[in-house]
Design a protein around this ligand. Structure first.
Ligand code: ZN
Length: 457
């Protein structure tokens, strides 16, 4: 069969309607059960418990004695993970990763800090992918250097910590081929210290982190008029600061500045939420974080890993980083009465769905290529993925924020009537359960990687 013939056949198959879906299929029973398993009552209890440590300033009492301070919070979080381990038959691996943070502007003297980590090992020994969900358990008051005053940190970031705990409780009851890590970071407020330590350790160990989901300020602040009910923001970087000059030239020549691996993870989570949680909207934000602000995902971005941040749609700065007080009749402070546990439960569902869908799906194709020919349509091919039963071609007009079309195909090449001039195109691998990987975006084939000089017309 000639290649032209083959492409003709594939085109025909596509035209007659081999699945053309606008959104992700919501038919996976395991994912639906995982979403149902998330409990707002447990999240409420976790946030109150974390607030009960008085302060979780990274400069507060590290001993864990007396039930107050960051050490007591650390030990309680580890105890929650250990309870999950007992419930799952001993699979969840729990550890403290202690490190010494040297003195700096927000750390007056060398300070031992600890990330609390639970690892749910993948069941496939050949699958080295790791998916991380994180939040920071430290808190702060107005004066970042004062660990003596109350710093309840209900929303920032008791809420994110509760998301991590709830995801561990629910997901540890399931089996995934890939590994999922649950991390409560210390030292975020002092300068992303715990996450930087974790990301650098992962990088040095050569770990294959495919996605890191950071939850910071996901408590659903309930300020009247700006109450968080049904919208969650997901921030993702466009162009990595680590991109080299050749990479920048490639972006300038062919586009793709809105298709970083981090942004594909954000799109993936948003599309999944649209299918499984139709009343809860994950709003794509095309920024690394809020304007001039930061969080623990940046430590992973800086280490070269795809990472995104989930945050309340509406923030109230009277309730963040503020010493608890009443001034001119206004209550300041990050208190639990300003949070909405049912909202945080939906945030936990978004995280758990994304982690499960990613860890159950096969990896994305390692490479995908446009065939180098001048044509009105688009011919492409990609590397076969072990475990994939099909592939899904994702399309979106170049100015559209989200994938608008999905077509299931078999084999490792396809021809589309649409022009790659007018669409961004991605290739995802589909597993036996129907779940798809994040997409790989095709580039020019390896024997012609450098973009050709633009033609005169
Ligand atoms: Zn925070």
């Amino acid at each position: 069969m000639t290649r032209r013939w083959l492409f003709g056949l594939i085109t025909f198959a596509l035209t007659v309607g081999l699945a053309s879906a606008q959104s992700l299929d919501s038919g996976n029973a395991e994912l639906r059960a995982i979403a149902r398993g998330i409990s707002a009552a447990r999240i409420r209890a976790d946030i109150h418990h974390l607030v009960g440590f008085g302060t979780r300033s990274s400069l507060s009492d590290p001993s864990g004695a007396n039930g107050r301070g960051v050490g007591a919070a650390r030990d309680w979080i580890a105890a929650q993970f250990r309870a999950d381990r007992r419930a799952d038959g001993g699979r969840l691996q729990v550890r403290l990763d202690a490190f010494t943070q040297p003195p700096g502007p927000r750390v007056p003297q060398a300070t031992t800090m600890s990330d609390v980590i639970a690892v749910l090992p993948g069941t496939d020994p050949n699958d080295h992918r790791i998916f991380v969900v994180g939040g920071h358990y430290d808190s702060r008051a107005s004066n970042i250097l004062d660990p003596t005053v109350a710093a309840p940190g209900a929303n920032d970031d008791g809420s994110g910590t509760s998301v991590v705990l709830e995801c561990a409780r629910v997901l540890s009851q399931y089996r995934f081929p890939a590994t999922i890590e649950f991390i409560a970071f210390e030292g975020e407020e002092q300068g992303l210290d715990g996450s930087r330590h974790a990301a650098q350790e992962a990088k040095q160990a050569g770990q294959e982190i495919v996605a890191m989901l950071n939850n910071d300020i996901v408590g659903g602040d309930n300020t009247p008029g700006h109450a968080n009910t049904d919208r969650l923001r997901v921030f993702s970087e466009g162009v990595s600061p680590a991109i080299d000059a050749a990479g920048l030239r490639r972006l300038a020549a062919t586009g793709g500045e809105d298709d970083s691996p981090s942004r594909e993870i954000a799109r993936f989570a948003s599309a999944l939420a649209a299918s499984y949680l139709p009343d809860f909207h994950v709003v794509l934000e095309y920024r690394r974080d809020r304007y001039l602000r930061g969080g623990d995902h940046i430590s992973f971005n800086d280490a070269g890993y795809p990472a995104v941040r989930f945050t309340d749609f509406f923030e109230n700065y009277n309730h963040q980083h503020q010493t608890v007080r009443v001034a001119n009749g206004v209550q300041y402070g990050d208190l639990p009465q300003f949070t909405t546990p049912s909202y945080t439960a939906d945030v936990a569902r978004v995280n758990a769905l994304a982690l499960a869908a990613l860890a159950l799906a096969p990896p994305a194709p390692a490479h995908a290529y446009f065939l180098p020919r001048l044509e009105t349509g688009t011919s492409l091919r990609w590397d076969a993925v072990p475990g994939a039963v099909a592939y899904r071609i994702l399309l979106r007009p170049t100015a559209a924020p989200q994938w608008t079309e999905r077509r299931t195909v078999h084999g490792t090449q396809a021809h589309l009537d649409e022009s790659k001039d007018n669409y961004f195109i991605g290739i995802a691998a589909v597993g036996a359960g129907g779940l798809e990987s994040p997409p790989t975006l095709p580039s020019l084939p390896p024997f012609r990687r450098r973009p050709a000089a633009p033609a005169a017309h």
